[in-house]
Write a protein that binds this ligand. Structure first.
Ligand SMILES: N[C@@H](CCC(=O)N[C@@H](CS)C(=O)NCC(=O)O)C(=O)O
Length: 229
């Protein structure tokens, strides 16, 4: 099994954390986002969306971190508590992962991460959007009222949320005003040291990029404005 991954990318991290939690051996293939390796014709054969990650399970190609994480559980650990069989719990996990991908992560990506790589600024409007989506995440944690995002067990939804929240910690954007997010995040770190280690390594890399902008001279991004140093 191979995972095409970008070392600091939250969607890739969710898959890597799932692989770690399930103890599945695999080959990690690091795709260099910074040199635009995902825009090559060769990479497009793996994923016509030209996005990372992609799983190659003996020729079965799958992109989208939610699909990959759920597939890994269903195929290799159908009774695992990180994605249990109960239809209601599964539905909530899927809903929270969709919420993360479509609602929580995009403003955080735009505010915390994109300005490191591209010509975007961290402005008040961006911060307001981040706080707005965090308040919804806080509300979801309040409604569930459990130790983790969906239940008292850690699930792949937590892996996805942690992969998002590290983007804030990496660049020292605080979220202390959200006590349930803070408590959930600290608890995740304490109770899941092996999975946290995967996320923490990526977080440190983002911090390093924040301090020293990486070499993006080979990246001709079709969408994002080039950052002139
Ligand atoms: N919907 C995809 C999104 C994956 C994604 O956006 N990955 C980033 C890397 S972290 C990417 O490939 N971006 C392409 C680009 O910005 O050019 C998923 O959830 O897996």
């Amino acid at each position: 099994m191979k995972l095409y991954s970008v070392c600091d990318g939250p969607p890739s991290l969710t898959c890597r954390t799932t692989l770690k939690a399930l103890n599945i051996p695999y080959e990690l293939i690091d795709i260099s986002y910074n040199s635009g390796e995902h825009f090559t014709d060769e990479y497009a054969k793996l994923n016509p969306q030209r996005q990372i990650p992609v799983l190659d399970d003996d020729g079965f190609l799958l992109s989208e971190h939610i699909a990959i994480s759920q597939y890994l559980c269903d195929k290799y650990a159908p009774n695992a508590s990180i994605f249990p069989q109960d239809p209601n719990v599964r539905a909530l996990i899927t809903q929270r992962m969709c919420f993360n991908m479509a609602y929580l992560y995009p403003p955080i990506l735009r505010y915390a991460i994109d300005p490191i790589f591209f010509d975007y600024q961290r402005d008040a409007e961006g911060l307001k959007k981040v706080q707005d989506v965090l308040s919804t995440f806080e509300e979801y944690l309040k409604r569930v009222g459990k130790k983790y995002a969906v239940s008292d067990n850690v699930t792949i939804a937590d892996f996805a949320f942690v992969s998002t929240i590290i983007c804030l910690e990496a660049v020292e954007i605080t979220f202390d005003e959200f006590p349930l997010i803070t408590k959930w995040y600290n608890n995740f770190k304490k109770e899941n040291p092996e999975e946290w280690a995967v996320a923490e390594e990526a977080m440190k890399l983002i911090t390093e990029y924040e301090k020293n902008t990486p070499d993006l001279s080979k990246l001709n991004h079709p969408v994002h404005p080039r950052k002139i140093l």
